[in-house]
Ligand binder design. Structure first.
Ligand SMILES: Nc1ncnc2c1ncn2[C@@H]1O[C@H](COP(=O)(O)OP(=O)(O)OP(=O)(O)O)[C@@H](O)[C@H]1O
Ligand SMILES: [Mg+2]
Length: 142
């Protein structure tokens, strides 16, 4: 199944409680648990990712990050642009390539980009680092 057709998880934002609940789609079990483990791993490395507050069979709850996604925030302010460059540098310094780090998976809050979703986390290498930067070329400049 292509990425576009892949069933998504169900996401419920509770602004009053400041919590986001993510639940597996019936046709794609295990995605939420995988995502939770990846985000926790990134947070453990000191990267700005939302670690789950708690989780169970097919669900996880996260702190709700209030702010625009990078997709919504464009065109970025100079401050947002340099924060994005710093985030890419921090991933490299932590020796990780963060899969699927795109403009709807980053939220601007407290003057930083927070990672709220990602794909597989791999070891950083030059080719992957370049691919990561290429995703944001239009935003960061070449
Ligand atoms: N912790 C959070 N705080 C605020 N908003 C969030 C949070 N997590 C997710 N969101 C919002 O919900 C959107 C979708 O969430 P997420 O990226 O986890 O799922 P998805 O991309 O639909 O799932 P997948 O790519 O795994 O199929 C995000 O783009 C973001 O706008
Ligand atoms: Mg996403």
């Amino acid at each position: 199944m292509s990425d576009r057709r892949r069933p998504r998880k169900t996401i419920t934002l509770d602004h009053a409680a400041g919590v986001v609940e993510k639940r597996d789609h019936a046709l794609a079990p295990g995605r939420v648990a995988k995502q939770a483990a990846r985000l926790r791993h990134l947070a453990t490395l000191g990267l700005p990712a939302t670690a789950p507050l708690d989780k169970g069979e097919g669900w996880a709850r996260y702190p709700l990050v209030e702010g625009p996604t990078l997709h919504e925030a464009r065109p970025l302010t100079p401050e947002q642009t340099s924060a994005l460059a710093r985030l890419l540098d921090a991933a490299q310094a932590a020796d990780v390539y963060i899969g699927d780090m795109h403009s709807k998976n980053l939220i601007w809050a407290d003057n930083a980009w927070i990672i709220v979703d990602c794909g597989a986390v791999r070891r950083w290498n030059r080719a992957r680092g370049e691919r990561q930067r290429a995703r944001f070329r239009g935003v960061l400049g070449s």
